[in-house]
Ligand binder design. Structure first.
Ligand code: ZN
Length: 306
């Protein structure tokens, strides 16, 4: 025994993260949204961590050596799919022979997806913007984890049902809020196209400066086209996003101003990531509520023309 003790004493000291006496099952998710869903649907015996922090843009995310270590250590993995996380999604998929891997988009029927030539999968990945599709992702997560951890199946099912009820309430709230806007005011103009699913669900039209991905470039012509578009449709406000620099839409606001159209720059919307912990949008439910409030309030005031 003494020999073994000495031997262990000589071993390189282990990272405290390696030692878990709590008996928790460690779940690693890619985005802050995927982590939030796992947190909501899984009971307390699961400890969920997200690789990408609040405000991180998943389209441009480059994984680090530390991420790969976290991935190897985790007991189970969750990612969004539809190429949102690019290479990282492929790395997660490769772990299937070692541990449970949940791809949230597997819960969606392809007929419910919006086609987009901008992505390798051919579909727009921002499906969480429709709470009913996020519910389908929750169904997938619940089913995958109940199968992988049958000893916790009952608790997972109970947590899932509680969350499902919250998503139902949220969906009804957004529908009612958007209904306050006249049809002509129902425009969401942003930096990148994250709102197609939201627009389809709640009857709003969508237009963006950069297209589907934040990786896409935009130029002077894109700005000029958007200025003309905003003026032609008398759109009251445009919105920056928490994952994209606000400068991109400043040129559009300036361009409108030079033509005598006072376009408002609305509050920053939360798109592909949650806001900081403890803030107004640190969960999915809060994020959709805050976005809805910002959109409806900003579009209610008619644009000023000088
Ligand atoms: Zn995006």
């Amino acid at each position: 025994m003494l020999g073994l003790g000495l031997l262990m004493g000589c071993a390189p000291s282990a990272d405290p993260k390696d030692i878990d006496r709590s008996g928790k099952i460690h779940v690693l998710a890619t985005t802050s949204l995927a982590a939030d869903l796992a947190q909501a649907v899984l009971p307390d015996v699961f400890q969920v961590e997200g690789l990408m922090g609040p405000g991180t843009d998943p389209h441009l995310y480059k994984s680090t050596q530390g991420d790969l270590t976290a991935l190897r250590r985790a007991d189970a993995l969750v990612h969004t799919g539809l190429q949102l996380e690019g290479k990282l999604g492929q790395i997660f998929e490769k772990q299937r022979s070692d541990k449970p891997v949940c791809r949230l988009s597997d819960g969606l029927d392809s007929t419910s997806l919006i086609k987009s030539s901008g992505f390798a999968d051919g579909y727009d990945p921002h499906f969480w913007m429709d709470p009913r599709l996020w519910m389908s992702a929750a169904v997938q997560l619940s089913a995958d984890f109940q199968k992988a951890y049958p000893q916790h199946a009952q608790d997972i099912e109970a947590a899932f049902r509680r969350y499902k009820a919250e998503l139902d309430v949220l969906d009804g709230e957004v529908e009612q809020a958007v209904a306050q806007l006249p049809d002509s005011a129902r425009w969401i103009v942003t930096t990148h196209d994250a709102f197609n699913y939201f627009g389809r669900r709640y009857g709003m039209q969508v237009r963006s400066l950069q297209g589907f991905s934040t990786a896409a470039d935009f130029g002077v012509k894109d700005v000029r086209d958007l200025v003309d578009f905003v003026i032609a449709h008398k759109i009251a406000a445009v919105f920056v996003e928490n994952i994209v620099s606000s400068r991109s839409l400043d040129a559009v606001v300036e361009g409108c101003k030079s033509k005598g159209f006072m376009l408002n720059l609305g509050p920053s919307l939360y798109t592909d990531a949650l806001g900081p912990t403890g803030g107004e949008a640190d969960t999915y439910l809060k994020m959709i509520r805050v976005n809805t409030r910002s959109i409806v309030q900003s579009l209610q005031s008619p644009p000023l023309e000088s």
